[in-house]
Design a protein around this ligand. Structure first.
Ligand code: ADP
Ligand code: MG
Length: 621
């Protein structure tokens, strides 16, 4: 057994690694220096992990080793060595970590490349991690020994071309040493001065000392441990990119420093877009959580409510006890305090964004609006802070999104409620017959176009003491309009009754009742719910998740003054009703289903519309 282990073995890289290496070999080299940031970030991760292992009282090799990162330059031999006293790797870990690509995001990215163009500068675009070393290296040797007390040291060597070799090695202490033999065109990196500069630029706030040829180069103060006024603006964006691998700057950063009731040092970010695609290499979103400067969790999801899950960043606290399990961390009192503070601060930051940078806020709303709505529905404690963040289009806003505050400010004095109309999209809302009465009275109506909006209205109830009311509510009482009259030109009562009876006959089970409308002006008819809104909202949600649900029974209201209804009434009153009455009545009903976003099967209208078209053109059947 010892014999076979002692031999050198050659293994091939997984296909996706080979592909990545190919691309790296052919890419432009404007940002090659980033390889060093990647190696240092891996060393720092390894040191954070060993800190954590030691906390949890495990047996650890070399418990007293200094937690440091060394970068050593040999200007003559054109080599560079990066070493750390971190967790190290076992043989198996070497094969898994430096033979494959764990990130599914990178795999997706690589597929994108095959189909599309070759990116000009892949390393500059996003961190490709360890493999970026091959943009500068002819050969890389990784000698590593795991912290596990019985672990052996191993050596991994590769020229970055398809394969790597593994062999047992000699190494005294725990950790990893990476030796880089620089390419001829990369000898600039064999310069102490240049390497110091790169470390300062990209790794200044790594929390472990980085020594270049024996001298500490970095500040080590984590950015979030500084005071906001000490931090340069672009440092925030740098940290963001490093944490998230996003190439874009964040939309918003929040630097929070408090001492009471708990100590919090935190930098939080709102990304610019929701789907950062392949760039979003982090699989589990969450905050990096440090207790007393030690990283205890990389993807904490308990420090912000679920609906703020898009927020990225770092939280560090002296108030969290150290030697505790994750489960206890989650339940600790300090955690609840931190959550409250972070949530409040994020919501405040968003409110300020809306005030100071409306265009950026619009971008935010576009990307994350649904989450804010989810918050307004579920987080009652913070509802008052969430409501000002909501945005809706309206019947008079010309496509612009408005805040509830804007709506209330524009309300005429005698208006007592905030009105909304539920529809699938703005076009359906604009054509909604429910708006007739509002248009007539010059009242603005919010468009509720998201399936959750109905629930939202119910959960919110009111804003500034104005109740939110559904425009399709059959019992709505609107401020009186000046010329409210029963129009003489409308269908006379006797004919109306006949028309209603005939409609009920034609529509059968599809409606629970047909009646005359009090509110319609320009539309021939409308549908109102006989059960009230909640049922209708649930119905919309069910359809959204693809459930086939039966339509709720609905009331059809007809406008006795509308020419179409008057014409139908005459046709029905005639001696022998013609063939058009039935399809027209049914089509009017189907139109309403469409406008309400409730039509179960729009295709079923086609034969009927075809027949109506033929009748309209006089084409013989
Ligand atoms: P990432 O750091 O995003 O996981 P990398 O390509 O940079 O991706 O590194 C791949 C993996 O190799 C790391 O996740 C880690 O497990 C391992 N690794 C790299 N460098 C070191 C190191 N210095 N010490 C221990 N493990 C390392
Ligand atoms: Mg890395």
């Amino acid at each position: 057994m010892t014999e076979s282990i002692a031999e050198q073995e050659t293994l091939t890289f997984r296909a996706e690694v080979q592909q990545l290496l190919n691309i790296l070999a052919n890419s432009l080299y404007t940002d090659r220096e980033i390889f060093l940031r990647e190696l240092i970030s891996n060393a720092s991760d390894a040191l954070h992990r060993i800190q954590f292992e030691m906390l949890t009282n495990r047996d650890v090799l070399d418990p007293d080793a200094d937690l440091k990162i060394h970068v050593d330059v040999d200007e003559d031999a054109h080599t560079l060595t990066v070493s750390d006293t971190g967790v190290g790797m076992t043989r198996q870990e070497l094969v898994e970590n430096l033979g494959t690509i764990a990130h599914s995001g990178v795999a997706a990215f690589l597929q994108g490349i095959e189909e599309g163009e070759r990116p000009a500068d892949i390393i500059g675009q996003f961190g490709v991690g360890f493999y970026s070393v091959f943009t500068v290296a002819d050969e890389v040797t990784v000698t590593t020994r795991s912290y596990r007390p019985d672990a052996e040291a191993w050596r991994w060597t590769s020229q970055g071309e398809g394969s790597f070799t593994l062999e047992p090695a000699e190494k005294e202490g725990r950790g990893t040493t990476i030796e880089i033999a620089l390419k001829d065109d990369a000898t600039q990196f064999a310069s102490t001065w240049r390497v110091r500069e790169i470390v300062k630029t990209h790794s200044d706030y790594v929390s472990f000392p980085i020594l270049v040829d024996g001298e500490v180069v970095n500040q080590q103060t984590a950015l979030w441990r500084k005071l906001p006024q000490e931090v340069e603006e672009n440092a925030y964006a740098d940290l963001y990119r490093q944490l998230t691998l996003d190439t874009e700057d964040p939309l918003l950063h929040i630097h929070l420093v408090t001492d009471v009731p708990v100590d919090i040092r935190s930098i939080l970010y709102v990304p610019r877009t929701r789907d950062r695609g392949f760039l979003n290499l982090r699989q589990d979103a969450g905050l990096r959580l440090y207790a007393k400067k030690i990283l205890i969790q990389e993807d904490n999801q308990d420090l912000l409510p679920e609906y703020l899950g898009f927020v990225e960043g770092v939280v560090d606290s002296e108030s969290l006890p150290l030697n505790i399990s994750r489960e206890t961390v989650q339940r600790s009192r300090a955690m609840r305090h931190i959550e409250k503070a972070l949530t409040g601060r994020v919501l405040k930051g968003l409110r300020e964004l809306a005030e100071d940078r409306p265009d950026d806020y619009a971008a935010f709303w576009e990307a994350f609006g649904p989450f804010i709505k989810q918050g307004a529905v579920t987080d009652y404690a913070n509802q008052a802070d969430l409501l000002p963040l909501l945005r809706f289009p309206s019947s008079t806003s010309d496509g612009a999104l408005i805040a509830l505050e804007d709506y209330v400010a524009r309300m005429p004095e005698n208006q007592e409620a905030i009105y909304y109309v539920v529809a699938d999209d703005a076009a359906s809302a604009a054509h909604s017959p429910h708006l007739d009465a509002f248009r007539r009275r010059g009242l603005e109506v919010l468009y509720f176009l998201d399936p959750v909006d109905g629930l939202l209205a119910r959960a919110v109830g009111e804003y500034e003491e104005k109740p939110l009311k559904d425009a399709s509510d059959p019992d709505l009482s609107l401020p009186a309009e000046e010329e409210e009259t029963v129009d003489e030109e409308g269908v006379p009562q006797e004919d109306l009754e006949r028309l209603i009876a005939r409609f009920e006959e034609i529509l059968g089970d599809q409606v629970s009742e047909v009646r005359a409308s009090r509110l319609l002006v320009d539309s021939p008819c409308r549908l109102v719910s006989s059960q009230g809104g909640p049922e209708r909202d649930l119905q919309r949600l069910r359809r959204l998740v693809g459930e086939e649900a039966e339509l709720p029974p609905m009331i059809l209201e007809v406008n006795r003054r509308h020419p179409l209804i008057r014409d139908l009434s005459e046709r029905i009153a005639g001696q022998s009703e013609d063939d058009l009455v039935e399809p027209i009545a049914q089509q009017l009903f189907d139109n309403l289903l469409l406008l309400e976003g409730l039509h179960p099967n729009p295709a079923r209208m086609v034969p009927r519309l075809q027949a109506l078209l033929e009748a309209a053109t006089g084409v013989e059947r």
